[in-house]
Ligand binder design. Structure first.
Ligand code: FE2
Length: 403
């Protein structure tokens, strides 16, 4: 099974350290239950980390009223932006100092949660953000971190990593340490039911990508396979319902659960070429992460079809509840077509208009470097394969063929 140094390293790390699943709350008023837990764990001066949209649209009113009624001294940091920067995190650390905060309570998507992770760690570790960036750099225990995930896709609520942009170097910095894992997380259907359609689709397809890339990773284990397969099943079944019927709380909860399990799977196995390429596309054109992944996913599935035929066939049988072994190649093909249909049903476009042919070489170079250093992929890509995929993203042809 182990055929790459990265797979070996990840599997060795899984043996030495398996991150715990954070305690989670789902459903109506899950955010209040999380706040109650935080308070009863001894935190009375939280910094709420969020964005101005959520705050100004009253999504935090119930939470703030509850904390006030319980006698908490709350500080609010509302300056989270997509792709948060060192400057944003630095401002959050100042807010922690000014408010003499004893905990961090993030409400938002991956950007808020990632920024909150680094704020909580940086405020107890006497290191610059540049020195804190990297793997296993957190010495002191961070401030207690509680997170409310307002999108279902990022998985950041259950991962040991954060990504922060450095506007000086124009690079994304990875912060990886088990100490970044939140203490507890909430998926509050009162908030999730207000997620707009394109965000529902993009973040849901991102979560599905996490699950599939984990399921096909060479660093997979029986435990990660189980979580990833369950995530695929939940997302394929419930994402179209959540997209069509935004108020459907059960569908929202099931997609959130799928996202959570996918996040827990990929934090142990790492990801694959969909993410390796999409990160570069987002860096070049500021394309939303979920959208870039959703467009790339069917292409990378076709690239992997021969190498991962059995894997895809297994997922197809999970989805059809068919215990009959059947013809693996047919089942794998059916799985890929199922993902095409799912993407169509939630309004994912077949192409990305911004991608420019003149950037193909740089995107391919950086994507292959990211995959080499971070992912245990089942089949290696060449630069020409990435170019074929990018070309299909420009032309809108999902049924791309590889030589
Ligand atoms: Fe992702």
């Amino acid at each position: 099974m182990i055929r790459s140094p990265m797979a070996f390293a990840l599997r060795a790390m899984n043996r030495l350290f398996t991150p715990e699943k954070p305690l989670t709350f789902f459903g109506h008023e899950a955010m209040i239950k999380l706040a109650d837990l935080m308070m009863r764990s001894g935190s009375k001066r939280p910094l709420i980390v969020t964005n101005s949209f959520l705050l100004q649209n009253g999504m935090l009113d119930t939470l703030l009223a509850f904390l006030k009624q319980e006698g908490c001294d709350v500080s609010v940091f509302e300056d989270i932006v997509p792709n948060p920067t060192f400057a944003v995190v630095g401002a959050g650390i100042s807010a922690i100092r000014t408010g003499q905060c004893d905990s961090v309570f993030a409400v938002g998507g991956g950007s808020a949660i990632d920024a909150a992770k680094v704020m909580a760690a940086a405020s107890t570790n006497k290191k610059s953000l540049q020195k804190l960036a990297g793997i296993l750099k957190v010495r002191q225990t961070p401030l207690p971190l509680y997170v409310v995930a307002t999108t279902s896709g990022t998985g950041s609520e259950v991962t040991t990593a954060a990504v922060i942009s450095d506007t000086t170097t124009h690079k994304k910095n990875f912060f990886v340490d088990p100490k970044y894992l939140p203490i507890a997380a909430a998926f509050d259907t009162d908030i999730l039911t207000s997620l707009p359609g394109p965000m529902t689709a993009g973040t849901g397809m991102d979560a599905l990508t996490h699950a599939i890339e984990s399921f096909t990773s060479l660093a997979r284990t029986p435990a990660t396979e189980r979580d990833a397969a369950t995530a695929v099943r939940l997302i394929v079944e419930f994402l179209p319902i959540a997209y069509r019927d935004p108020e459907n709380a059960r569908a929202r909860e099931m997609v959130a659960l799928g996202s959570f399990l996918a996040g827990y799977a990929f934090t142990r196995t790492s990801l694959g070429y969909v993410h390796a390429i999409s990160h570069q596309i987002s860096a070049h054109y500021n394309t939303p992460h979920g959208l870039a992944n959703a467009v790339l996913l069917p292409r990378v599935l076709r690239f992997n079809e021969k190498a991962c035929g059995d894997r895809f066939a297994t997922l197809e049988r999970v989805l059809t509840q068919d215990s009959n072994p059947g013809e693996a190649a047919q089942q794998a093909s059916a799985f890929i077509h199922r993902i095409d249909a799912l993407a169509d049903s939630v309004g994912i476009p077949a192409l990305l208009e911004d991608v420019q042919q003149s950037d193909f070489a740089a995107i391919a170079r950086d994507a292959l470097a990211e995959a080499r250093s971070s992912y245990a992929v089942p089949k290696k890509m060449r630069k020409s394969d990435v170019a074929t995929i990018l070309d299909s993203v420009v032309t809108g042809n999902r049924s791309v063929h590889f030589g």
